[in-house]
Structure formats: structure tokens, C-alpha cells
Design a protein. Structure first.
Length: 180
């Protein structure tokens, strides 16, 4: 799929075949990026930050590889959201129905459903604070909500340490700029 997408972009941009190197997809440690300092004008991440177990190292590396004035745009699937335990079906985005045997926000309550992927369990404020240590925060907001219909008064009381926004924000966006 990646190869096909690259060819479509090449065609849409009217680029010669030689314009795209064969070595553009890298595997590595995001906490130790294999790039020189101040190499990029933009870094993006979609639904990955919730899996990074050493978020400060990752944010520090993004800061290192970005040029002054460059931007970082991240979309985080928040752990505190209804599907944040990554153990509900992703057939629906956002989640609209839950099987009757599953309790909403189980991952914040009983934890009957196991996690199948690494999750750092960071909260919205932790991400904002960490990005704010290195970058100028341009904007941060919830781009997609889910689960409001499951948030009963009883659940709100049980999960009172979490804000409504934390519990219902599926996709949290942070746009930040490296100081010039």
C-alpha cells in the first residue's frame, strides 16, 4: 500500500520516477531518531504518541531534528477516551455502540479487558506540559469526540478525576512550533 500511495503522489505532483528514492521508509527508535539536528521543517504523528513509553525522549528528539521555526503536528488517541484502552473494536470511529458485556471506560475502571499494545496512559495535560517545555504551543484541541452518550451521571461521579473533555476526546491535536 505504501508503494502504491507513493506512486499516486508522484503522478499527482507530476514528478519523474527518479525523484522518489527507494529508501524513504525507516524503522527505528523514535526516542533516538537517525537524522542530523535541525533537518526538518515539519514533523507529524498520527495515533502513535499514546504508545511511546518515554514521551519526554520522543519530544526531545523532535525538538532536536526540527529547524528553528519548524512545526510539529501530532494527533493523539487519548488513553482517557472511551476507546483509549485500544481493546474495543475499531470498526466504528468514533465508537457508537458497545457490546452489553463491556463496561464503558473499562480501562479506567475495572480493567477486565486486557491491553494488547503498549500504552503510556498519559493524560491531555501531560502532553501539553511536555510539548510546552520545548515548543511554543500554537494550538491544542480535541478534533474528534466519542462516548458522550455513555457518560451517565453515575459514571461521571465514578470518573470524577477526569474532565468530560478527557473522557470524550478520541483525537487530541497538538500544533507546536520550535522557537526561531
Amino acid at each position: 500500500a505504501y508503494s502504491v500511495a507513493r506512486q499516486i503522489y508522484r503522478w499527482k505532483l507530476d514528478l519523474p520516477k527518479a525523484a522518489l528514492s527507494d529508501n524513504t521508509l525507516l524503522c527505528g527508535n523514535v526516542g533516538l531518531l537517525p537524522f542530523p539536528s535541525e533537518s526538518f521543517d515539519l514533523a507529524t504523528s498520527i495515533a502513535a504518541f499514546e504508545h511511546f513509553l518515554d514521551v519526554p525522549s520522543v519530544v526531545g528528539e523532535l525538538y532536536r531534528v526540527l529547524r528553528p521555526g519548524a512545526f510539529v503536528w501530532v494527533c493523539i488517541h487519548l488513553f482517557t477516551s472511551l476507546s483509549g484502552g485500544h481493546n474495543l473494536s475499531f470498526a466504528q470511529i468514533p465508537i457508537r455502540t458497545i457490546p452489553s458485556h463491556i463496561h464503558p471506560w473499562d480501562h479506567l475502571r475495572e480493567r477486565r479487558l486486557p491491553f494488547h499494545v503498549p500504552l503510556n496512559e498519559w493524560r491531555m495535560s501531560q502532553y501539553v506540559e511536555e510539548f510546552g517545555r520545548h515548543f511554543e504551543l500554537v494550538r491544542h484541541y480535541c478534533a474528534l469526540h466519542e462516548g458522550d452518550q455513555f457518560l451517565t451521571p453515575e459514571l461521571k461521579a465514578e470518573l470524577k478525576e477526569y474532565s468530560r473533555d478527557e473522557l470524550t476526546c478520541y483525537a487530541y491535536i497538538i500544533l507546536a512550533r520550535k522557537p526561531a
